[in-house]
Design a protein around this ligand. Structure first.
Ligand code: GSH
Length: 217
């Protein structure tokens, strides 16, 4: 039985699940759902009408964290959430940090303004983007920099923490931004290493191609 993932590939929350499934080598089906333009009945899968949602057999789930934890436990061969209770909690902390703190600026400001506004034929609010880049993100990046002691955030191995953080940083890259290597050398190295991991390449290239097509570039 294959899981069916509903959502748009450029959403960082959908990307998080696609990356998780790719690292776990789980086959799945994708169904396109465009955020803010969800079809009638989609609220049966996600009552908040957000992406992603997951259907697995007769079960439906909403929210990327809920979906990620369910999939990691269901397809348990390559675990991406540590068993150790403290490390698991650390992993959950970084996932929340990415989903709620980084996301406000990487996705809901930089990506939304530079990409979604453009697609809607509107001028990006560069002032808001500048505030995100100059004021809001630096302390968040400082904290992440202080937590890195190698190429991974938790347990010296790839976990959902890395996937969640990198998913947000990919949105930042799509918005035309990058992590300053001089200010945040460890975070920059983390990101460069992550995007070169084998399962990430095809996902990232497909997203970049999709973006070029959407923007007519
Ligand atoms: N906490 C949720 C956030 C999901 C989310 O905000 N998705 C955005 C797309 S990136 C969305 O569907 N927005 C549409 C809306 O809020 O109506 C998760 O992790 O799944």
């Amino acid at each position: 039985m294959k899981p069916v993932l509903y959502g748009a590939p450029l959403s960082p929350y959908v990307r998080k699940i696609r990356l998780l499934l790719a690292f776990k080598e789980v086959e799945y089906e994708s169904k396109m759902i465009v955020p803010y333009a969800t079809p009638e009945g989609y609220e049966q899968l996600n009552p908040l009408k957000r992406v992603p949602a997951l259907v697995y057999g007769e079960h439906t789930l909403a929210d990327s964290a809920v979906i990620a934890h369910f999939l990691d436990a269901t397809f348990a061969e390559k675990k991406l959430i540590p068993e150790d209770l403290f490390l698991k909690a650390r992993c959950e902390w970084f996932e929340k940090y990415a989903d709620y703190e980084l996301a406000s600026h990487t996705t809901f400001t930089a990506f939304s303004q530079r990409i979604l506004s453009r697609l809607a034929g509107k001028q990006p609010d560069e002032k808001a983007v500048n505030i995100a880049i100059e004021k809001k993100l630096p302390p968040l990046f400082d904290y992440l920099e202080s937590q890195l002691n190698g190429l991974f955030f938790v347990a010296n191995t790839l976990t959902l923490a890395d996937i969640s953080i990198a998913s947000q940083l990919i949105s930042f890259e799509h918005a035309g931004e990058s992590i300053c290597e001089e200010k945040w050398p460890k975070l920059s190295q983390f990101y460069q290493h992550f995007i070169q991991l084998t399962p990430v390449g095809p996902i990232l290239s497909a997203e970049k191609a999709m973006l070029r097509k959407l923007l007519g570039a």
